[in-house]
Write a protein that binds this ligand. Structure first.
Ligand code: PGA
Length: 247
């Protein structure tokens, strides 16, 4: 069975609500005929209402970039899964390398956030990937295994069916250095093997992320192993993200 490609934007900490509205005015007409491909835009929390309103009735779904695992409570500054769901989000990113690097995210908290998001009825894009020194030391496979075992293997098969995995080599994020399609496919195969061992026949989509651009998306998507992309920098411009979606 063919896995439906997913093209997901990760806007990180960019755009105001007004800029969000303008983005969708320009972006939606460019992707309205994108068939056989799911599209998601993961926006900053404050932009979500504008994004959801703008994308209503279109083929684009909206998600957050993080969530906290409690449903509610005295957790100043945090946002919960039920809050995202109530707003109209359908998905959320968890475990992005920037969260791991700057905000203390660990495999253990990735698992807690992922379970909480699924319980709230959200699809989850769970990010994994090695740092440059780890790749250079030949540790890519070991790192992916550790992140999988600590952050994903604790899901039930039913929960696992609600996630998409994003393989994002940290050295390729925002650097203009893309993993070659073959390198990405190799890492995807490692992840898929781990998933098959843990969850048997449950199919999972694996996205590639890290300097995906209009001019390299086709070569990446030509790999059977690559089921879509998580796009940072190139997703901020409507024309460029539309080119990626319409690869
Ligand atoms: P990039 O970011 O496309 O700007 O490299 C990808 C990501 O961090 O998800």
């Amino acid at each position: 069975m063919m896995r439906t490609p997913l093209m997901a934007a990760n806007w990180k900490m960019f755009k105001t609500p007004a800029e969000t509205k303008t983005f969708f005015e320009n972006f939606l007409p460019l992707v309205k005929d994108a068939k056989g491909c799911e599209i998601a835009v993961c926006a900053p929390f404050v932009d979500l209402p504008a994004a959801i309103e703008a994308a209503a009735g279109s083929n684009v779904t909206i998600g957050g970039q993080n969530l906290y695992w409690a449903k509610e409570g005295a957790f100043t500054g945090e946002i919960s899964g039920p809050m995202l769901k109530a707003l109209g989000c359908t998905c959320v990113i968890v475990g992005h390398s920037e969260r791991r690097q700057y905000f203390g995210e660990t495999d253990e908290t990735v698992l807690k956030r992922t379970k909480a998001a699924i319980e709230a009825g959200l699809k989850v894009i769970v990010c994994v990937g090695e740092m440059l020194n780890e790749r250079e030391a030949g540790e890519t496979e070991a790192v992916l295994k550790k992140q999988f075992e600590g952050g994903i293997a604790g899901l039930t098969p039913e929960e696992f069916a609600q996630i998409v995995i994003a393989y994002e080599p940290v050295w390729a994020i925002g650097t203009g250095k893309t993993a070659t399609p073959e390198m990405a496919a190799d890492a995807h195969r490692v992840i898929r093997t781990l998933a098959a061992a843990q969850f048997g026949g449950v199919e999972v989509r694996i996205l590639y992320g890290g300097s995906v651009k209009p001019d390299n998306v086709s070569a990446l998507m030509a790999q059977d192993e690559i089921d879509g992309a998580l796009v940072g920098g190139a997703s901020l411009d409507p024309a460029s993200f539309a080119k990626i979606v319409n690869f």
